[in-house]
Design a protein around this ligand. Structure first.
Ligand code: HEC
Ligand code: HEC
Length: 279
């Protein structure tokens, strides 16, 4: 056989193979789990000495912005809410150790892990909402909202720095990724005052969100799953507890760390179809 003919046959085989693979991967696509739909979250307030009263979310945001310089993101988120409850209710809030939460800055002691504003939001929810299931839902909702929202949005009354940061989507709850994504989008370094101003305003956004969420849960109008992450749901259809592989327990946005390998993209569906369930 001459080389040209051989080439033609090989190219043909590759093309057919390509079409075949394409058909295969599409035939074997697993059924997508239905998206988690928004639904009302039931909450029956139990006996809790940490009482709550309705907060003004915009005032809360401004307070968080102002407290940021005293102890950074986690501290500011918590103090924006506790300081209002101290004024209205007094004890036990007066004795609440807000200073403890300075540790959360820079993703916990500057370690770059979970964003301090989010850590603060989760801590406040942990304090005020005893029901663990309700807690988890509210925390997940705020985290998913944070991953997909473009920040910062807050406009302070008296800016600490005369600079309006551009907004960017973090696609991650991690301080490191959130800051770096913003720095790349804006052109300012992570150590700049401009980046600090971005986090000061972002802290205000998160405080505003948690205040609004608390108002809603305590007046029984809270809707959970309002931002669902379709892509994570797709991955978890195979890798989560209801899938066959069951090797991950994670809700963070997968693509902030994983990009699908070519092998995975081409073979995962077929392989999955025939593989045994891993227990
Ligand atoms: C159709 C089911 C299916 C879906 C959907 C799926 N995977 Fe997989 N994934 C597999 C299979 C099968 C393997 C190989 C596992 C094995 O053999 O133990 C795998 C392996 C992996 C691995 C290990 C190494 C590698 O890259 O091959 C990672 C990481 C991974 N998947 C991440 C993801 C992410 C992220 C998503 C969503 C974008 C996703 N998977 C969606 C089926 C799936
Ligand atoms: C913050 C980064 C990060 C995020 C976000 C993340 N992963 Fe991973 N994942 C890792 C690391 C690190 C490993 C371990 C090293 C590796 O296998 O790459 C891993 C491993 C895996 C594995 C392989 C496990 C094994 O036994 O080989 C799968 C599957 C996986 N992740 C799926 C997911 C899915 C699905 C999501 C989203 C719902 C997700 N990951 C989100 C960092 C992340």
């Amino acid at each position: 056989m001459d080389r040209r003919k051989a080439m033609k046959i090989t190219t043909g085989a590759f093309a057919l193979g390509g079409v075949g693979l394409f058909t295969l991967t599409n035939v074997f696509k697993p059924e997508k789990k239905p998206d988690v739909l928004p639904q009302k979250l039931q909450f029956n307030p139990e006996e809790n000495k940490w009482n709550f009263f309705t907060l003004d979310p915009v005032i809360t945001a401004q307070l968080a912005y102002d407290y940021y310089n005293e102890g950074s993101c986690m501290f500011a988120t918590i103090k924006s809410i506790i300081s209002q409850l101290v004024k209205k209710i007094g004890e036990p809030y007066t004795s609440f150790p807000v200073n403890m939460f300075k540790y959360g800055h820079g993703g916990i002691g500057g370690y770059g892990s979970v964003c301090g504003a989010l850590n603060g939001a989760a801590a406040i929810i942990g304090l005020l909402i005893p029901d663990k299931k309700v807690q988890d839902n509210m925390i997940n909702d705020i985290f998913q909202w944070y991953e997909k929202e473009s920040f910062p949005q807050f406009n302070p009354v008296n800016p600490k720095l005369d600079f309006t940061p551009s907004a960017s989507i973090s696609n991650s709850v991690l301080c490191h990724a959130s800051n770096t994504n913003w720095s790349k989008a804006s052109g300012y370094t992570v150590s700049s005052n401009e980046r600090k101003e971005r986090c000061r305003r972002l802290t205000a956004d998160v405080a505003q969100k948690v205040a609004a969420s608390l108002n809603e849960i305590f007046t029984n109008v809270y809707v959970t799953n309002s931002v669902s992450n379709d892509e994570a749901t797709t991955c978890m259809a195979c890798h989560g507890n209801e899938g066959k592989i069951k090797n991950t327990s994670v809700k963070m946005s997968c693509t902030s760390c994983h990009s699908e390998s070519v092998g995975h993209h081409v073979f995962a569906d077929v392989h999955y179809k025939f593989m045994k369930e891993q227990l």
